[in-house]
Design a binder for this molecule. Sequence first.
Ligand code: IPM
Ligand code: MN
Length: 374
Amino acid sequence: MKYKISVIPGDGVGPEVIQEGIKVLEAAGVKFDWKYYPYGAEHYLKTNEILPDEALKKIEKSDAIYLGAVGDPRVETGILETHLLLKLRFYFDQYVNLRPVKLYPGVPCPLKNKGPEHVNFYVVRENTEDFYVGMGGRFKTKKHSSLLEMRRELYNLKFGIDITNEGASEIAYQIGVISREGARRAIEFAFELAKSKGKKRVTSVDKANVLTHVYGLWREVFEEVAKKYPGIETEFSFVDAITMWFVKNPEWYQVVVTPNMFGDIITDLGAMIQGGMGLAPGGNINPKGISMFEPIHGSAPKYKGLNKANPIATILAGQLMLEQLGEQKAADLVEKAVIEVLKEGKVRTYDLGGTSKTSEVGDAVAGKVGEIGV
Ligand code: IPM
Ligand code: MN
């Protein structure tokens, strides 16, 4: 079996870290056919093209997507995020963003008196709804009408907006959407993950005390799904409180499931308690479709081309990809190799207090994969 992988190295440090991810995956004994796509800031600035439909059709024929990072200061905020990254997530209906928060031995943790035994959980972020649906508007007039449309695999929605404005100088609004089915499938994924990973508790994170409509529905669905898993303990936490608890008591958490926007926020915090953005991978998952794997960090333009960025987040994203493809043994091998290299502590990038280059970390992990694998 040879897996067809669409590779989008992207911007900034993206190409450098992707190269090391591929190096490690090539060493893990699984066969790949890599197909590269040029999309990102450079391509956009040169051609005005972000992600053409014909590329989506080609990517559709692959088994998974491996993405470096997108974003560039020369491109207006939001353009590449919306029309490249979010477009891929929505088009392929990658309804779960899976983000393991795991502190590895030898990695400095900013939390006092916490070690690898304290930080080891998963965040399951719903990945297609909430305030990420991109529907909203902005106006200064006395009257405002708009037709907002949303197309998803599960449904199509049209919101007819008709606003009378008495006295406000300018108004902006943004619509958040939670659907019963959209919430159910993400929450169910979290419970199934808990089951398969031997975790005993699932925590739902929301702000149902204020955003009562959207997160009220989320909570209701969480309670319904939880009934099907009597062996798993459940709890609700408000998003503000969980940022405090992640810092104070990370050992409490096993699987956390949350709507899109809060998932975005709490996983940056998660990345810090696992040793930093250089170590945090993410998988945008459609269990029956084409999933996309990426480090959760951005393109870090100021480090571009310096061979300095930590490639471990991207390597671990590769591990998640192997797992999703069903290559569990190879996935475990990659993780073990990362752990060994981190434990030895000889080869590490600047963010972990070392002086090694991006490519040296890739070489070291790939070398370890070879050593352990034989
Ligand atoms: C992430 C990023 C994206 C998000 C941005 C770039 C659209 O922050 O993957 O966490 O908000 O999901
Ligand atoms: Mn983010």
